[in-house]
Design a protein around this ligand. Structure first.
Ligand code: IPE
Ligand code: IPE
Ligand code: MG
Length: 247
């Protein structure tokens, strides 16, 4: 029996988020340019998106480019943006075939025009797909998102559209980029780094964290299934006692 067959379909994470890390080190280990690492990273994206759709995960969010990644060398940033456009063009077929809806979170206005346009185009073309929502975090930073949320809510308070007493977690949720997504159940980070790097700080509040040494371009469906099985063996207590959970 493979690890896929042992997955309990009734206990799947509803929202899986992944920090896809290690493309640069993967290339370096092989004596190749970082760009080759990113290209192979995009192949792993297809493999993992398909794996998630196969087992029935409804929401998958991939950290593809952070607000801090704008500080990388200009050439690398340009290359990543080009890779985004070519991957979107190529993957529209996979998305359609697998009934996957594309979504994006982040400061999308900061993307180069071409990338922004291609992204909106694929989002529009896949908007009626139902099997899974694939969210790309692009030019995404959690602090930027929270700052934007506070600004928007303050403006509503100033214009008497909302009273400060009515601000609760739901109101905050409804102003985040992730307003249409459930909280994250499982976060996977590849490449051995054990940090969050400004990703979904609010939404990860009770997520299970899973770190693996595998570099992103080497990440396969079997690695994914292993992570899901690990998640399914954990007890999520949400502040309660173990006895209460078993009741
Ligand atoms: C992740 O791989 C991809 C992006 C952040 C865009 P890295 O490029 O961060 O790879 P390492 O961490 O240098 O190995
Ligand atoms: C986080 O990876 C961002 C993405 C995976 C897109 P980084 O490689 O940029 O993270 P740090 O800066 O090493 O924490
Ligand atoms: Mg990295």
């Amino acid at each position: 029996m493979t690890s896929k067959d042992t997955i309990d379909k009734t206990k799947l994470p509803q929202h899986l988020a992944i920090i896809m890390d290690g493309n640069g080190r993967w290339a370096k280990q092989k004596g190749l340019f970082r760009s080759i690492g990113h290209e192979n990273g995009s192949k792993a994206v297809r493999e993992i998106v398909e794996g998630c759709a196969e087992i029935g995960i409804p929401f998958l969010t991939l950290y593809a480019f952070s607000t801090e990644n704008w500080n990388r060398p200009k050439l690398e940033v340009e290359l990543l943006m080009k890779l985004l456009v070519s991957s979107l063009k190529k993957e529209i077929k996979t998305l359609t075939k697998n009934d996957i809806k594309l979504n994006a979170i982040g400061n999308l206005d900061a993307l180069p025009k071409k990338a922004h346009k291609e992204l909106l185009d694929v989002i529009a073309k896949t908007k009626n797909n139902k099997r899974m929502t694939l969210t790309l975090a692009l030019s995404y930073g959690s602090r930027e998102e929270i700052t934007k949320t506070i600004k928007e809510i303050s403006l509503k308070v100033k214009n008497n559209l909302i009273s400060p007493h009515d601000i609760d977690e739901t109101v905050i949720n409804n102003h985040l980029y992730t307003q249409n997504l459930p909280d994250v159940d499982l976060l996977i980070r590849t490449s051995g780094e054990q940090r969050i790097s400004n990703f979904l700080l609010w939404q990860l509040a009770y997520a299970e964290l899973y770190f693996t040494d595998t570099l992103w371009p080497d990440y396969t469906k079997d690695h994914l299934f292993e992570a899901i099985l690990n998640y399914q063996n954990r007890e999520r207590r949400f502040g309660k006692t173990s006895e209460q959970i078993k009741e």
